[in-house]
Design a protein around this ligand. Structure first.
Ligand code: KG4
Ligand code: ZN
Length: 341
């Protein structure tokens, strides 16, 4: 079965063609167009500009992947498109593009949940990964831990009650003087830190269920402001601040992940979403789980291969509900929750 995946939920336009049959699959082509340069000018994603950019990019990327894979629309069997969660105007662009193709060529559509895409991305890229596993999704918009027993069978363990981990990285990076989105730059600076000065930040949300980064954000802001002048003169001190910030965000993720492992007895962990590119996080997760799986680096970020894969799995297992003619800016994937962590 040849599946076209379409992703436009935030600031990446992505399309992919996945050939999948039974348990085997191969990615024939994929394109990702990031809008980050556009939004950097404004210090964050501007929803209207993002939607307009998707409108322009979708047909261009579509032509490109068809050429790359040497296929035509008539050969495509299924279209998977992200219909939530995400920015409404952006989701509408992808969904309407998919609907146009679907009506024009009589192709079925599977509406795909973006978070489910991130959750199953490690399965797409790791043939050795087996169910059940604990999925830590850490991106610019989402931070959650789900128990994944099978495709479509998700139990929420913990979710952020305010900011996402990526947002905490980006906002802290801004305080340190980096342009949006500065998460990766903060991480690179932190990894180079001499660790001469030990800056302490509070351990947040240990007792309460879920994640929260807003208190930490305030503490980081106070800490950085306290050392602002020194930091501007002393790059080693700025790096030590970055290291303290990175440690504290990762500590919050690790703490809940360890609790989740203890609580469920599941010792296989996947880490996915943009922050899963973080080296320090990768190293530390490897220290607490028995088996750890990540998607390929390109599939840690927003991409359409994971969307095509979810569409395929849903079609194979007949999981989809079919209410695709709408977008869902908020759309939890779990059927139950096992909160308290
Ligand atoms: O999954 P993603 O590409 O887009 C969203 O769905 O949000 O994640 C982007 C986020 C940004 O907040 C970015 O700063 C963060 O992932 N990020 C990192 C690193 N690389 C990307 N955060 C920490 N360390 C990194 N190496
Ligand atoms: Zn994402």
């Amino acid at each position: 079965m040849l599946v076209l995946g379409i992703e436009s939920s935030c600031d990446e336009t992505a399309l992919a063609l996945l050939q999948a049959d039974g348990s085997s699959h191969s990615l024939l082509a994929e394109e990702i167009s990031s809008q980050v340069d556009l939004h950097r000018l404004y210090g964050g994603v501007v929803p209207e500009l993002a939607a307009r950019q998707h409108l322009q990019a979708l047909p261009l990327l579509y032509d490109r992947i068809l050429k790359q894979a040497s296929v035509t629309l008539s050969e495509i069997d299924l279209i998977g498109v992200t219909t939530g969660p995400g920015l409404k105007g952006c989701l509408l662009m992808g969904m309407n593009f998919a609907r146009g193709l679907s009506f024009g060529a009589a192709k079925p559509i599977v509406p795909v949940n973006h978070i489910e895409g991130h959750v199953l991305a490690p399965v797409l890229d790791n043939p050795d990964l087996t169910y059940p596993f604990l999925s830590l999704v850490v991106s610019g918009g989402h931070t959650e831990i789900q128990v994944v027993r099978a495709p479509g069978d998700y139990t929420l363990i913990a979710r952020t009650t305010d900011d996402a981990a990526g947002e905490a990285f980006d906002k802290s990076a801004h305080l340190l003087g980096f342009d949006y989105p500065g998460g990766a730059m903060l991480a690179a600076l932190a990894d180079s830190a001499p660790r001469q000065r030990d800056f302490s930040l509070p351990k947040v949300m240990r007792e309460a269920p879920g994640f929260s980064f807003s208190g930490l954000k305030t503490a980081i802001s106070l800490l950085v402001n306290e050392h602002k002048e020194e930091m501007e003169q002393d790059e080693a001190l700025r790096a030590d601040l970055a290291a303290a910030i990175q440690d504290s965000i990762i500590d919050a993720l690790l703490y809940k992940l360890k609790e989740a492992i203890k609580h469920t007895g599941i010792r296989t962990v996947t880490v996915t979403g943009g922050v899963s590119a973080n080296k320090c996080l990768r190293d530390k997760v490897a220290g607490v789980a028995e088996h750890v799986f990540f998607p390929e680096m390109v599939h840690c970020m927003d991409n359409a291969a994971m969307i095509a894969y979810v569409a395929y799995v849903h079609r194979e297992r007949q999981l989809s509900q079919g209410a695709f003619l709408d977008v869902h800016p908020r759309w939890p994937i779990e059927t139950g929750s096992d909160a308290g962590i």
